[in-house]
Design a protein around this ligand. Structure first.
Ligand SMILES: *Cc1c(COP(=O)(O)O)cnc(C)c1O
Length: 417
């Protein structure tokens, strides 16, 4: 079977692009919080495909919604009504308290939709002079990979070689409400923010930051756009991460988990006067809101509520964070997170998060490092406390190895100097 693995890797190397560097494992099956490789070895998925598999792999109710819809009606153009889209949009709006929703596919497309809506709202409603609208985002952001979005990334690699970028964006430090207030002008259309930065390192802002941001936006007639593509839909133990601060955004982006791990489904949701800037022909997507996507998206939202996964994530997430925080190991610099969205930052001079992820994989735990030398834990929301315990025990063991080898390295250095 390992021959197959070599064939897969060499086919990807021969015919694929080099924009990912996968671990040497070929996953062939998934169920719940587990996946299996081609040699039958089981792994616990503590990464959850960046929140895309919040319901666990191949959730029966979602697979049923997908297959039943696929046998009834597949894709039709948005030039016609389908019997699936309306109920999906209604459910999404009712749950999130937003007035209207526009369906897209990827998270990046939902963010692009938000940026277009904000700019047009600035011109048509706020009265910003033509071509002058400005959007403020946060340093350390991740909103996707399109040219306009990477244009305001603070990660040099995401931008390198891809310019020129569209103008009209500026950055303020994440977590600093005063800096946002100072950056606003009469031409500011919107502030775009992840309530908890995911790719940036699971960065939780200081308490009160988001509610202060909402107040500043309201006072300046600036739209607050919350990108909850990763943090939304129960991940942090609330339906939306911004609800921890009692904030209702003017625009909201959902994705990842919304497709139930089965297909890309995203939404831009907004206040009515913001959504109303769109008129027929302004904006669209061939697959956005197609009947299969709508059926799966609706089933995902129903499952989230019916299985009480938000409450479950809050309880098991608190357990995960407690367990991580109680690991007594000098390699750990900080444990951050909320709900089942946790990051463990390691001291750079003692351990490399990427190497640790490879070691964890050998112990049967799948995860992924992210910025700031941080290991991310974002398992499916259905995970149990004992499954969390098993994964954290493996993590603590691997950290123990790293700590003892880095102590040895220090001793050796001392001996040589
Ligand atoms: C993943 C992510 C996106 C982009 O989603 P894609 O489906 O990969 O385009 C946007 N915003 C946030 C916060 C994300 O985590």
């Amino acid at each position: 079977m390992s021959g197959d693995r070599a064939i897969n890797a060499s086919l990807e190397a021969r015919f694929g692009a080099g924009n990912y560097a996968p671990l040497p494992v070929t996953i062939v099956r998934g169920e719940g919080v587990y996946v299996w490789d081609d040699s039958g070895r089981r792994y616990i998925d503590m990464m959850g495909a960046y929140s895309a598999v919040s319901f666990g792999h191949c959730h029966p109710r979602l697979v049923k919604a997908l297959t039943e819809q696929a046998q009834r009606l597949d894709t039709i153009s948005r030039a016609y009504f389908s019997d699936r889209l309306g109920p999906f949009l209604a459910r999404a709006c009712t749950l999130t308290g937003m007035d209207a929703a526009l369906p897209m596919n990827s998270g990046a497309e939902a963010v692009e939709t938000a940026l277009k809506a904000a700019r047009k709202w600035a011109y048509k409603v706020k009265g910003v002079p033509a071509g002058r609208a400005e959007i403020i985002a946060a340093e350390g952001n991740f909103h996707g990979r399109t040219i306009s979005i990477v244009g305001f990334s603070s990660v040099a690699q995401y931008r390198d070689g891809f310019g020129p970028f569209p103008p009209g964006f500026k950055l303020v430090p994440f977590g600093d409400a005063g800096a946002l207030a100072a950056a606003m002008t009469a031409e500011t259309a919107a502030f775009l923010i992840e309530p908890i930065q995911g790719e940036g390192g699971i960065n939780v802002p200081p308490p009160g930051y988001l509610s202060e941001v909402a107040r500043i936006c309201r006072a300046n007639n600036v739209l607050l756009l919350c990108d909850e593509v990763q943090s939304g839909l129960g991940r942090t133990g609330r339906l939306l991460a911004c609800q921890h601060d009692g904030v209702q955004p003017d625009g909201l982006m959902l994705g990842k988990a919304l497709g139930g791990g089965l297909l890309p489904v995203s939404l831009f949701l907004a206040r009515r006067d913001v959504m109303d800037v769109f008129t027929p022909g302004d904006h669209g997507s061939t697959f956005g809101g197609n009947p299969i996507a709508a059926a799966v998206g609706l089933a995902a939202l129903d499952t989230l509520i019916d299985e009480r996964l938000v409450e479950h994530a809050a309880a098991v997430g608190a357990h995960l964070l407690r367990r991580l925080a109680s690991i007594d190991n000098p390699v750990i610099r900080e444990v951050r997170g909320r709900g089942l969205f946790a990051g463990v930052e390691l001291h750079r001079d003692m351990a490399d998060a990427g190497a640790l992820v490879r070691r964890l994989f050998q112990s049967g735990v799948l995860t992924k490092d992210t910025h700031r030398n941080t290991i991310r834990f974002a398992p499916p929301l259905i995970i149990s406390e004992s499954q969390v315990d098993w994964a954290v025990d493996r993590f603590a063991e691997v950290l123990e190895e790293v700590a003892s080898s880095s102590v040895e390295a220090h001793h050796e250095q001392g001996a040589h100097s």
